[in-house]
Design a protein around this ligand. Structure first.
Ligand SMILES: C[S@@+](CC[C@H](N)C(=O)[O-])C[C@H]1O[C@@H](n2cnc3c(N)ncnc32)[C@H](O)[C@@H]1O
Length: 321
């Protein structure tokens, strides 16, 4: 456990160093999530502009019986592994269905945020004292490499909230390929993927009026300040969102409002920013049917079924090997 914490923390230092000494500068969105980042993301999910959570919630609610049936859970018992589980609010819909139907399963939520895992596991233990739950801190690609040691039973692997959209296509395909490698014939993958839609609606979702998303984006600078001894002045950066309706890629940036220098003590690093220089912080990819089909072909996964809202704005796909 301590070993894993060290690996994850060292990754933070190493990747921040890499990203802030590159040109153009970048930081991975996986570093948004600490206690404060988790809280801010929970607020984002409540925002009127952030349609993703409500749509996926409705899809799961409307189709829970069929979705669970499609997992073919009547065999010997299985592991339900969720990557990037967050607060697991929507997952609860499926968990309740599985518990009500008395299936034999272990829920294994995994998240890069220890805070998110601790919160989720303790709430679920209260709600479902008899449910088998094994939460773990872990990073997607590190977990994918040890997925087979994590479970030797039938596996259902879930990735909700369009988490996969944080990866550009080549990385998302590698992610799916690695999932496939860890799967057996009876295993399924269940993935939520936000779809292309009115570009304004997408832009608004990542640029809300109350500026919670801006605070969420800047939280990564606070993390660098508190964990790596940085001295970023958050007011000297502006949250900026773009969306390209052709590629379906939404991107978040932090834009330096002036020429400035920042020190990061634990990295012995002094970074200069020109006025209007950017740090690219997040990708939120949007999909269409052609792209999802192409990704499944590339990764060797089969689309078994999909569930969507009436307007096809969000879809949840079941893939098999
Ligand atoms: C957009 S939130 C969605 C949470 C949840 N799936 C939902 O639908 O509400 C992304 C979650 O994935 C986690 N996460 C982000 N990048 C990750 C990574 N590379 N490895 C593991 N977890 C990650 C975050 O900590 C966060 O809890």
């Amino acid at each position: 456990m301590e070993e894993l914490k060290k690996i994850v923390d060292n990754t933070f230092e190493r990747e921040i160093l890499e990203g802030l000494t590159s040109y153009p500068k970048y930081i991975s969105s996986k570093f948004f999530y600490d206690k404060k980042g988790d809280e801010l993301f929970q607020k984002i999910m409540e925002l009127p502009e952030y349609y993703l959570t409500r749509l996926e919630h409705q899809i799961l609610k409307d189709n829970k019986v069929e979705i669970v049936k499609s997992f073919d859970p009547s065999r010997e018992g299985f592991d339900l592994i969720e990557l990037g589980a967050g607060d697991g609010k929507k997952t609860r819909i499926l968990l309740k269905e599985l518990v009500d139907k008395q299936y034999d399963f272990t829920y294994k939520p995994i998240d890069i945020s220890q805070n998110a895992i601790d919160g989720l596991v303790s709430k679920l233990n209260e709600e479902y004292p008899t449910m088998d739950i094994e939460g773990e801190r872990g990073e997607y690609f590190e977990v994918l490499q040890r997925l087979n040691t994590l479970s030797n039973r039938k596996k259902i692997i879930m990735v909700l909230g369009s988490n996969i959209g944080n990866l550009l296509h080549p990385k998302a395909i590698t992610f799916l390929k690695q999932l496939r490698e860890a799967m057996h014939d009876q295993d399924f993958v269940f993935i939520g993927m936000d779809q292309k839609k009115n570009p304004q609606k997408i832009l608004d979702a990542y640029n809300d009026e109350s500026k919670v998303t801006a605070a969420f984006n800047k939280n990564v600078l606070s993390r660098i300040n508190s964990e790596l001894g940085g001295n970023f002045d958050l007011d000297k950066f502006k949250h900026w969102e773009t969306y390209d309706p052709e590629t379906g890629t939404a991107k978040s940036y932090l834009v330096s409002l002036e020429q400035q220098e920042v020190d990061i003590k634990s990295l012995s690093l002094n970074i200069t920013f020109d006025a209007w220089e950017t740090i690219h912080t997040e990708i939120s990819q949007k999909y269409d049917e052609k792209t999802v089909r192409w990704m499944s072909e590339q990764s060797g996964l089969r689309i078994l079924k999909s569930y969507s809202d009436i307007e096809n704005q969000y879809k949840n796909y079941i893939f098999s090997k």
